[in-house]
Design a protein around this ligand. Structure first.
Ligand SMILES: *[C@@H]1O[C@H](CO)[C@@H](O)[C@H](O)[C@H]1NC(C)=O
Length: 198
């Protein structure tokens, strides 16, 4: 095949016709906002299939070998992707890791290589708001607002729940210790993936 300027221009315009969302899916980190509180401007961080505010870094893992270390994401950030079906963990591991709300209302994600989640888990109902002037996008859920529940009264890390929390499920033993917060998506562009797996 002979490449002429016309075929190159045709190929280039075919590429640019592909929706941006498919070649470069929206990736976000999550930031908590609750003014005058310990969780103001907190990072929502994945650890052990749950999410916390106040952790230094997520639990993340990249298997080397077989993966070459240079192909591993840093794993320093907790990133989610967002498709028309809702949020998912922004990971490389085959099969991915799904985001859901467990029956105790804790925000959760599936283990790598497993789609298993407890009966009664909720995978739908997450809503991503439009990009605001301050670049944030509100993340909400039809079952109610986000809550952060401390390990001990006023002492983090703060475990993330959605909707309501029972005393028995609050890490401190009292749901009265939890703080409501607004959850905000911050575009994550420094790396393609947040981790190989969380
Ligand atoms: C990830 O964290 C490690 C340890 O703190 C640091 O050395 C490295 O530069 C970080 N990488 C990125 C891409 O943030």
């Amino acid at each position: 095949m002979k490449f002429t300027l016309a075929t190159i221009i045709a190929a280039a315009s075919a590429v640019s016709a592909v929706p941006v969302a498919e070649t470069n899916p929206l990736a976000l980190t999550m930031m908590s906002i609750r003014s005058a509180s310990p969780i103001h401007f907190g990072s929502v961080t994945a650890s052990g299939q749950k999410f916390y505010i106040g952790l230094e870094r997520p639990s993340s893992y990249c298997p080397t070998p077989p993966v070459s270390p240079k192909d591993c994401p840093s794993g320093n950030y907790t990133s989610i992707g967002w498709s028309t079906y809702g949020p998912y963990m922004n990971v490389m591991v085959p099969g991915g890791q799904q985001l859901y709300i467990a029956p105790d209302h804790s925000l959760s994600y599936t283990q790598a290589h497993s789609a298993s989640m407890p009966a009664g888990s909720i995978t739908e109902g997450f809503i991503l708001g439009p990009k605001q002037e301050n670049t944030l996008r509100s993340i909400s859920h039809t079952s109610g607002g986000f809550l952060a529940c401390p390990a001990k009264a006023n002492e983090g890390p703060w475990k993330v729940f959605v909707g309501t929390v029972a005393d028995a499920d609050a890490p401190s033993g009292s749901a009265a210790d939890c703080l409501g917060f607004s959850n905000n998506g911050v575009e994550f562009t420094s790396e393609r993936f947040g981790a190989w797996q969380y």
